[in-house]
Design a binder for this molecule. Structure first.
Ligand code: GUN
Length: 295
């Protein structure tokens, strides 16, 4: 066992997202090697980007690199900005039918001529490694978390691994109501018995709610320059709270000041970001396992 494997996930009031992500990625790598020796074929992830969004290009590259390192094959489809919904649906149908592909990820956002909901709904739920499809959202409602959205799943996995897996009596406050983060996170936190409050741009008197939070998750992400003010300052945080900053590339939370008051805080970068990648790999492995069992 390396030194890093023995180090705590929460150290000096900081949640070491990269450390935990590396640990999970090593677990996935071991699991993949075992599955490949059992089934004789490697898992494969197919990704799709429509258009030229530089953020999407960067995130998807990271997803491929991490997949390959864990023994997961990957292929990528770059489609032009003016791709029609019909063309994208045709590609998804082909990937759904391709038995060598076990995970399909269509990077969001999509250009405006394409309806996100229609596309997500067209991906086979068995291959939906983002956990966005209706069937997987429904499964999450019933507490089945194996194909749930990577970012919120990464957040609760951090809580689980610092010993906060049962949130009975704890108040979790989320600042975000998106389909990718806030909404699935409500379910994941409820599954752990938290009392959940969801805040967003129309919420009145945000500090009066955040100050009550034992777990505070912030995913506003509107800071564009280092000198922009933080959205979550130390006076908004309860003593001994766990604070999770989802915003990228610049965090919402005044990390240095909040760290002095909180039990632990995630840094940006090096917090939630690396966990999202690790959870995607877990989802690809779960999807592969389920499909191989069916054959
Ligand atoms: N865009 C931003 N985050 C995500 C994600 O987790 N999955 C996909 N498919 N697109 C995204």
């Amino acid at each position: 066992m390396s030194d890093d494997e023995l180090k705590p996930i929460c150290e000096d009031h900081e949640i070491k997202g990269r450390r935990l992500s590396n640990r999970i990625r090593t677990e996935v790598e071991t699991e993949v090697a075992e599955l490949v020796s059992q089934y004789g074929v490697p898992p494969k992830l197919a990704t799709v980007i429509v258009g030229e969004d530089p953020g999407s290009q960067m995130y998807v590259k990271m997803k491929h690199k991490a997949s390959n390192k864990a023994g997961i094959l990957s292929e990528h489809y770059d489609l032009p900005e003016n791709t029609t919904q019909q063309e994208l649906l045709k590609l998804i149908k082909r990937l759904n039918e391709d038995t060598s592909v076990h995970g399909i990820l269509v990077q969001l956002p999509l250009p405006k001529q394409i309806d996100e909901k229609t596309i997500i709904g067209a991906i086979s739920p068995l291959k939906d490694v983002d956990g966005f499809s209706p069937a997987n959202v429904y499964r999450l409602f019933y507490g089945e978390e194996d194909l749930s959205a990577a970012t919120p799943h990464g957040i609760v996995t951090m809580l689980d691994r610092i010993g906060w897996s049962d949130l009975s009596g704890k108040h979790a406050v989320i600042i975000n109501r998106s389909t990718i983060v806030g909404k699935p996170l409500i379910m994941l936190l409820l599954n752990r018995n938290a009392t959940v409050t969801v805040c967003h741009s129309r919420t009145k008197d945000l500090p009066s709610l955040t100050i009550q939070a034992d777990v505070l998750v912030s995913a506003i992400g509107r800071r564009t320059k280092e000198e922009d003010p933080y959205f979550v300052t130390a006076d908004m945080v309860k003593e001994e709270a766990v604070v999770i900053d989802v915003a990228t590339p610049l965090g919402d939370v005044d990390f240095e000041k909040v760290k002095e008051k909180a039990l632990c805080v995630t840094p940006v970068p090096g917090g939630v970001g690396p966990m999202t990648i690790a959870m995607l790999l877990k989802n690809v492995t779960a999807a592969y396992r389920a499909q191989m069992k069916k054959q």
